[in-house]
Design a protein. Structure first.
Length: 281
């Protein structure tokens, strides 16, 4: 048997985590798979477990004039039903797994799992999201790209807890999200693409582009975005071959049981081409 704790407040959860070095358990949709054993045996939890999915402080969504703050234990279903959550994030979340998984799975779990195929990650990168980490009455705030180090690896310390995700308000009026998988739902991403643009008249005042599942971490280049930003549509159309060439150097997928490297790279560049040619017009 494994010791299990069910704290009644966020502070109590932080205290127990600091004292026990335990495993955090929110929705469990990733964790139960990672800890599974063959033959229907009980999952392998080798350390104490802290249940946090019920904590009110981690399930709140607040909206201010500058940003939206999402509790790390908000389920995907909760995100879909909240009017302040950006539409592109809702579009992404609506394509995650099945209704049952969306009722259990949490945004914080998707982030901390740090999978290259994590569905919400390219969208959060494109939205300039940050995360709040808590420990011993202290907090630190990090951009999400500095929080995730590689596949399954983050900078989260053993006594730290991801409490909230911060998404600054933005005014993009063009967006394109595409998840490529074996099926529309209940499948891991082979590739995912996020494109955002703020277009006024014929000028693109802002643009964000991010790819998932084509590199150890999400591919996003602020330098390339800066080259596009401020240009008119006609100029951008002429730049498309150059833009594709730049991203081709950054996209470095692997071949695995779900897809191969050539397919992932080709489709990624096709999605980028479609965004630049069709969705920004």
């Amino acid at each position: 048997m494994v010791d299990t704790f069910k704290p009644q407040s966020l502070q109590e959860a932080v205290d127990v985590l600091s004292d026990k070095g335990a495993i955090l358990f929110a929705g469990g949709t990733d964790l139960m798979v990672q800890r599974r054993r063959r033959g229907g045996l009980i999952p392998d939890f080798d350390r104490p477990v802290i249940l946090i999915g019920h904590l009110k402080e981690l399930k709140e969504i607040s909206n201010s004039t500058r940003e939206i703050r999402i509790g790390s234990c908000c389920t995907y279903t909760a995100l879909l039903s909240h009017k302040a959550v950006p539409e592109i994030l809702k579009t992404c979340v609506s394509q995650i797994a099945s209704p049952g998984i969306r009722n259990r799975g949490t945004i914080g779990g998707n982030i901390c799992n740090a999978s290259p195929a994590g569905d919400t990650l390219p969208v959060l990168y494109a939205l300039d999201a940050s995360v709040i980490l808590a420990r011993d009455n202290k907090e630190r705030v990090l951009p999400i790209e500095k929080f995730i180090k590689g596949p399954g690896t983050t900078v989260l310390e053993a006594d730290e807890l991801l409490t909230r995700i911060i998404i600054p308000h933005s005014s993009f009026n063009k967006f394109f999200y595409k998840k490529v998988g074996t099926r529309a739902y209940n499948a891991l991403s082979k590739i995912s693409f996020t494109g955002l643009a703020l277009k006024k008249l014929r000028a693109v005042e802002d643009v964000r582009i991010a790819f998932g599942a084509v590199s150890p971490t999400v591919v996003r280049s602020k330098d390339i975005e800066a080259q596009i930003r401020g240009k008119d549509i006609d100029a951008i159309q002429k730049m498309i071959p150059e833009i594709l060439s730049h991203y081709s150097k950054l996209i470095d997928p692997i071949s695995d049981q779900r897809s191969n490297r050539r397919y992932r790279k080709t489709v990624s560049l096709n999605l980028l081409n479609s965004f630049l040619k069709n969705y920004m017009l």
